[in-house]
Design a protein around this ligand. Structure first.
Ligand code: GLN
Length: 514
């Protein structure tokens, strides 16, 4: 039980000193995943996992601890939009039920090469469309802090697996917030890297110009270890960045500026608070936790100042034009002909396409395809899609300007904590429309996505419901392009000074009778 909630570095030590074998460790998590009632996993195939574990154990025995990759023998669960050889990849959709990829996604391959053991596939919103994991065609993922609430999404299963101790690490993808928002709602750490850092090869495409894979884990340090293995140039992705490989752990624990000291490692660091992120849109509990988190950062020597991101509100309509437009094009490959669900009721080619797609795509995906096709159609393309791309440029310029006066931006990830399943977030602007409210709740994560910037969520507090469970709240950091190493170092300093990331949900909150 203890080991299951350990960080990757602690598990590394347990493996290195022989306290546990790679296989035993994998068994432990497999058992937890098989007993899970929160809906974190979509496919778990113990034989495949154990074969990888035995292989890692052999590598471990052939090397000394100093020679080992820091991830050798450690388990990871992959979001079901990263294709995996052996395990089915469904993207949370019926249209890909039982689909088996003949190859691994680049990120999966990189983690496997580093010696990680795949535990299986994690639940997610269908084709990563959503912020609640309720749009999974299979089942919602339940929040381990209160099983009657959403996990956040779309990488909900990944976040739940880490938060509930079903996996020490997970991969996620983030197109408009899908790593950061579930990380925030489940009380874990997750980072969306700069666009192009991690290859998109083998990610089932949602909105290709925004899609980025990244790590989700208990700590910033663990995320740094994982990202170091996941990132890197890949000629198979035309937008992959050709940069020298980086060790993202290299700045952890170091003073962040020339003015910094041991007591004040953040002295000289300027953190911008976008005034639009501190508006009355955020719930009092979130506002309170963010302010408390900022107080910790100030105590470590950082200076906070207000900055302006004037186009924040416009990122919503721009994103919800661009993302569905790209999706409508990307999802046209699911035609029932080559792979995936094929209708049995078709009478000709036309009805084969129509029936296969309408039988197997869920309502949210169908809505996005309709919307996307509309904004790309003749006569509307200029008015919507092109216009949205221009707004995207303006949003990116806002960030460039803000970074002229500060090192990083800080603010909430989500205006609210995890909402009750089926209810949607309580947002004044969309009171009787839970689906619209779900879109609106993305307001603080979309900007960094549109601008291609690295951004992360780290736990900074809880909302305490009267006599009920506590709900985690995440603090968002947004950095300039390629500043992941410094951003993770900043988060690490925060985590050295706080213990929010070490808290674990009680079995009762998870719906388990203790
Ligand atoms: N909630 C956003 C959407 O539904 C973002 C999803 C994501 O990042 N994959 O599009």
């Amino acid at each position: 039980m203890e080991l299951r909630f350990s960080s990757l570095s602690d598990l590394r030590r347990a493996l290195d000193c022989g306290m546990v074998s790679v296989e035993e460790l994998a068994q432990d998590y497999l058992r937890a995943l098989q007993e899970d009632t929160l809906g974190a996993g979509l496919s778990v195939i113990p034989e495949l996992t154990l074969a990888q574990a035995r292989e890692a154990q052999r590598r471990l025995e052939k090397t000394s601890p100093e020679q080992r990759s820091p991830l050798l023998g450690l388990p990871v669960i992959h979001k079901d939009v990263l294709v995996t050889k052996g395990w089915p990849t469904t993207a949370g959709s019926r249209i890909l039920e039982d689909y088996q990829s003949p190859f691994n996604a680049h990120a999966v391959e990189q983690l496997q090469a580093a010696g990680m053991v795949c535990l299986g596939k994690a639940n997610c919103d269908e084709f990563a469309m959503g912020s609640s994991n309720e749009h999974s065609a299979y089942q919602p993922a339940h929040n381990p802090w209160d099983s009657e609430r959403i996990s956040g999404g779309s990488s909900g299963g990944s976040a739940v697996a880490v938060a509930a101790g079903l996996a020490p690490a997970a991969t996620g993808t983030d197109t408009g917030g899908s790593i950061r928002q579930p990380a925030s709602m489940c009380g874990i750490t997750g980072i969306k890297p700069t666009y192009g850092r991690v290859s998109r090869w083998g990610l089932i495409a949602y909105a290709s110009i925004l899609d980025q894979a990244g790590p989700m884990a208990r700590t910033a340090k663990d995320c740094a270890l994982l990202l170091s293995a996941m990132a890197g140039f890949d000629p198979k992705d035309s937008t992959s960045l050709d940069r020298t490989p980086e060790d993202f752990t290299r700045l952890l624990g170091r003073p962040m500026t020339d003015l910094a000291s041991v007591e004040q490692p953040l002295k000289g660091l300027r953190l911008g608070m976008p005034k639009q992120y501190f508006s009355n849109q955020i719930s009092p509990a979130v506002a309170h936790a963010i302010e408390a988190g900022l107080e910790v950062l100030r105590g470590l020597g950082a200076e906070t100042l207000m900055v302006d991101l004037p186009r924040t509100d416009l990122s919503l309509p721009a994103y919800y034009v661009i993302a569905p437009a790209e999706a409508s094009s990307n999802l046209s490959r699911f035609d029932g002909v080559r792979y995936g669900h094929r209708s049995n009721n078709a009478t000709d080619l036309e009805s084969l396409y129509c029936l296969s797609r309408s039988e197997a795509f869920g309502p949210e995906v169908r809505r996005r395809i309709l919307l996307g096709s509309y904004v790309l159609s003749h006569g509307y393309y200029d008015a919507y899609y092109l216009q949205a791309q221009k707004v995207r440029r303006l949003v990116a310029m806002d960030f460039d300007r803000a970074f002229e006066g500060c090192d990083f931006l800080v603010g909430p990830v989500s205006p609210v904590t995890a909402w009750r399943l089926g209810e949607g977030p309580a947002l004044e602007a969309a009171k009787d429309n839970p689906l619209l409210a779900e879109y609106l709740s993305d307001v603080f994560t979309l900007g960094a996505s549109l601008a291609g910037l690295p951004a992360m969520s780290m736990p900074c507090g809880f909302e305490q419901h009267q006599a009920g469970p506590r709900l985690p709240i995440g603090l968002q950091l947004i950095g300039p392009r390629f500043e992941e190493a410094r951003m993770l170092a900043l988060a690490h300093h925060f985590q050295m000074a706080t213990d929010f990331h070490e808290q674990t949900p009680s079995p009762r909150a998870q719906g388990v009778q203790p």
